[in-house]
Design a protein around this ligand. Structure first.
Ligand code: TXA
Ligand code: MG
Length: 346
């Protein structure tokens, strides 16, 4: 594995030529976007795409996002780019918005998991932009972590999760947005939000009017509009417990009483924790964008500290917090194989 350092403030396109060549030749390149690090491969090369699924241990029914440098390149990959897509691209690209549209025949089935649609994104990060332009091909890229784990927001997170499974890791520093892009489907009768992110549903409605929301808690066996909405995702190794404000005193006291020589209970808190038995505690900002930007690094930190349980102050319900709330809800979902007993470690 080759680790390349690129300063996002002064990107030298020549520094990315090697990574671009690896992509064109079918290899795997992890690179920074403004949301999280992506694990990229040539989107029109089925063997290259297969390597992504293999490296991540990702189920084949979860489709990938295709990254391109601009809206013109996106138009070439779809059967139809409707007026709503034009308006959204104008408003939010490059940026943390992914659009699901009817796919062009050139997109392999492995990218879309057999769906007739493709997810497209134009990242704003200067390193991602330079890499996509140097490569000159569409790049399929999920988050650069093993399936179900916490997404990477630094190159070190990628090294630890995927290491030698990747040919090149481009280190462009920490990702400023910090949670994955908002995913919006324009392939059905109504524009439908498939995954909340820092571009909120109110932001989308301001541009195209109507946007439908997915049901908040899909039944386990319900057909999902986005196959990748697996319940457990973005999950640290420790058990996550969300702490509503009304139950905070009781839950903190109960958790502190569980601490002994073997169990470590940490926190990701917006308010102070007075009990020293709960440690380490990462203090989180009260602004949703700042919170998102730090979320995954904080979860990685608490995992690295060996926390068996992670207490997380429940964020406010306002729409600006929807992306953060979604990731926390999934992080708190226990693995299917784990004991149903509350607090059991998977
Ligand atoms: O910010 C991001 O979106 C990051 C960076 C690397 O771009 N990528 C990312 O990819 O989060 P991934 O694979 O972790 O998540 C892709 C999401 C999944 O929920 C997947 O199911 C959905 O997009 N998706 C992809 N193609 C789709 C399609 N054709 N129809 C519906 N959902 C789709
Ligand atoms: Mg992911």
């Amino acid at each position: 594995m080759i680790l390349l350092h690129v300063d996002p403030a002064r990107v030298d396109p020549r520094a990315l030529e090697q990574a671009a060549r690896v992509l064109r030749q079918g290899g795997l390149v992890a690179f920074p976007t403004e949301t999280v690090y992506g694990l990229g491969a040539h989107a029109l090369d089925p063997d290259a795409v297969q390597r992504i699924y293999h490296a991540k241990g990702r189920p084949g029914y979860n489709p990938l996002i295709v990254h391109v440098a601009d809206a013109a390149a996106a138009r070439a990959l779809v059967a139809d780019f409707p007026a709503q897509a034009e308006r959204l691209a104008e408003a939010f690209w490059p940026g943390p918005l992914t659009l699901v549209l009817p796919k062009h025949d050139s997109i392999p089935d492995s990218v879309t998991a057999g769906l007739p649609t493709v997810a497209l994104r134009v990242p704003a990060h200067p390193v991602a932009q330079a890499l996509l332009r140097a490569a000159g091909i569409p790049v399929a890229a999920p988050s650069a972590n093993r399936s179900t784990e916490v997404s990477p927001t630094t190159a070190q997170h990628v090294v630890r999760s995927l290491g030698e499974r990747v040919d090149v890791i481009v280190d462009g520093g920490p990702c400023p947005v910090g949670i994955e892009s908002t995913v919006l489907s324009l392939a059905g009768p109504r524009p439908t939000l498939l995954r909340p992110g820092t571009i909120s549903v109110d932001d989308l409605r301001a541009v195209i009017g109507d946007v439908a929301l997915p049901s908040v808690e899909p039944a386990a066996d319900a057909a999902r509009p986005s196959p990748g909405m697996l319940d457990r995702h973005y999950a640290p190794r420790g058990i996550v417990r969300i702490v509503p404000p009304s139950q905070r005193a009781r839950m903190l006291a109960a958790a502190a009483a569980e601490v002994d020589g073997r169990r470590r209970i940490g926190g990701l808190m917006m308010m102070p924790v007075d009990d020293p038995r709960i440690a380490p505690v990462v203090r989180m900002p009260r602004h949703p964008a700042e919170y998102a930007s730090r979320l995954y690094a904080a979860l990685h930190e608490l995992d690295d500290a060996g926390c068996d349980v992670i207490l997380i102050d429940e964020p406010p319900g306002a729409s600006a917090w929807a992306g953060v709330r979604d990731r926390l809800r999934r992080a708190a979902t226990e693995a299917p194989s784990s004991s149903p007993e509350a607090g059991a470690r998977p």
